[in-house]
Write a protein that binds this ligand. Sequence first.
Ligand SMILES: Nc1nc2c(ncn2[C@@H]2O[C@H](COP(=O)(O)OP(=O)(O)O)[C@@H](O)[C@H]2O)c(=O)[nH]1
Ligand SMILES: [Mg+2]
Length: 356
Amino acid sequence: MLFIAIIAVAALVLVVASFVVLRRSDDTLTVDRIEPSDVVTVDDVAPKVQPVEEREEPRPTFADRLGTARQALGGLLGGVFSGRIEPATWDALEEALIRADVGVTTSLDVIETVRSQASDRDVTDSADLRELVKTELVKRLEGFDRSLHSGSADGPAVWLFVGVNGVGKTTTIGKLARRQRDQGQSVLLAAGDTFRAAAAEQLTMWAERSDVPIVRGGEGADPSSVVFDAVESANARKVDLVLADTAGRLQNKTNLMEELSKVRRVAEKGAGSVTETLLVLDATTGQNGLSQAKVFAEAVDVTGVVLTKLDGSAKGGIVVAIHCELGVPVKLVGLGEGINDLVEFDPTAFVDALMG
Ligand SMILES: Nc1nc2c(ncn2[C@@H]2O[C@H](COP(=O)(O)OP(=O)(O)O)[C@@H](O)[C@H]2O)c(=O)[nH]1
Ligand SMILES: [Mg+2]
């Protein structure tokens, strides 16, 4: 009996052991089989996907890229937010805001409000002023419609990009082509800057990067006719959105106004409708950019501002001046030259990144 029991246990041990061995060799087999096919898949797909830097680079945040502006403002604010509040505290705060390009009127207005709040609440420690100033700045940036409108489905929506040479119009269109495509819209680019031969080349490169079609004219062609053709082509292909580049000559205000209003008129001659006219401004030009902006705002109905190069600007306060003096919201912000370096404007995140 004992003998039979020993045989039975031995047989059981043998079965379990061989099962474990088989399982293990099965695993090994599976791993072996998956590994080579994985490599093949990666190799096959690699040439078709975007280069790694474009595919994996996340969108930057204000906190990531506002270093220059934050350092500059931090330097100006120096000892403002420490110690007891004195008359000199207000002078220093006023100077810091003005130098950061918040604009004189807005800076004085912010100081006046904060000053009366500080006195109402018996605030005597200047460290408590930081939050009051931040809240006031955010308040002046809120309440604007920052959405980008694409209109109805009847025909293509057209977004016109205007602004002087070098501010970043073509780059912004290139970045947006990818962004809108990723959000599910079909996009076509219109190379409406026919003034410089290189402009259409530059836009073509962006079109290729995002794999979207482009319509371009010959050098010196009428910008309006290029935009018209682009809208026709978009309509025929049932494309949702046309991003139209324009030239930014500012040597003659009357010419510029006439050209831009003609482009706009012609863009709506067929099935298209202009749902956004975005003024592109270079943040590093500060108050100078603001006076350019006023000229453009007179020429066309600007629906929003794209503020570029905020990554390299020491004067982040220009954002506040644009809202308060132009009455137009900053809708998008350029934080670098890469395809993902375009972000939506967020008042709280911006003021936090600027003032800490
Ligand atoms: N650092 C930085 N550079 C930018 C940004 N946007 C555009 N640029 C650069 O500014 C230069 C002019 O841009 P471009 O698009 O040709 O300007 P356009 O003449 O208005 O079309 C190019 O070298 C761009 O790479 C930005 O947000 N940050
Ligand atoms: Mg350009």
